[in-house]
Design a protein around this ligand. Structure first.
Ligand code: DAT
Ligand code: MG
Length: 151
C-alpha cells in the first residue's frame, strides 16, 4: 500500500452527539495523520455535489436535508492504505449490519443516522478532498512519531 489521503466527514448526528473527538481519536490512534480539519455548515450546493452519485435515489432529498441541517466536521487524513482502512474502520452503510469495533457498529442504528462519511476509493477521495478543502487548508507536516508507526 502507498501513502495516500482520504476524506472523512463526521455528519450532523455525530457532531450533535458529541462524538467528534472520539471519532478523530480513532484515526489518530491507528496512526493516521490529520492534514486538514474544519467545522463547516454544509451548503445545499456542496451537499448535492458531494452526493451527486445518489441524485436519482429516493433518499437523496432527505440526505441533502440531513447533511445541511447542522454542522459537520470535515477532515482529510493521510497514511499508508488509508482510503480502504478508513472505510473498514467506519463499517458498512447500515449500522445494524456493522460489526462491533467499527464506528457505525459501535455508535449507530439507522442508515440515515450513520454518523460518518468516508471516501470509497482513491478517485472519490481525490474528488471529495478538492470539493471540501482548498489547497491552502491542507497542511504538509512531518509527524515526529512517524518512525514508531512506519518501519
Ligand atoms: P456510504 O456512506 O457507506 O458510502 P452510500 O454512498 O451508499 O453509503 O450512501 C451515502 C449515504 O446515503 C449513506 O451514508 C446513508 C444514505 N443512504 C444510503 N442508502 C440509503 C437508503 N437505502 N436509505 C436511506 N439512506 C441511505
Ligand atoms: Mg458512499
Amino acid at each position: 500500500a502507498k501513502v495516500e489521503r482520504t476524506f472523512i466527514a463526521i455528519k450532523p448526528d455525530g457532531v450533535q452527539r458529541g462524538l467528534s473527538g472520539e471519532i478523530l481519536q480513532r484515526f489518530e490512534r491507528r496512526g493516521f495523520k490529520l492534514v486538514g480539519l474544519k467545522l463547516i455548515k454544509v451548503s445545499e450546493e456542496l451537499a448535492e455535489k458531494h452526493y451527486a452519485e445518489h441524485r436519482e435515489r429516493p433518499f437523496f432529498k432527505g440526505l441533502v436535508e440531513f447533511i445541511t441541517s447542522s454542522p459537520v466536521v470535515a477532515a482529510v487524513i493521510e497514511g499508508k492504505g488509508v482510503v480502504a482502512t478508513a472505510r473498514a474502520m467506519i463499517g458498512p452503510t447500515n449500522p445494524l449490519n456493522a460489526p462491533l469495533g467499527t464506528i457505525r457498529g459501535d455508535y449507530g442504528i439507522d442508515i440515515g443516522r450513520n454518523i460518518i462519511h468516508g471516501s470509497d476509493s482513491p478517485e472519490s477521495a481525490e474528488r471529495e478532498i478538492a470539493l471540501w478543502f482548498t489547497p491552502e487548508e491542507l497542511l504538509d507536516w512531518q509527524a515526529t512519531i512517524a518512525g514508531w508507526i512506519y518501519e
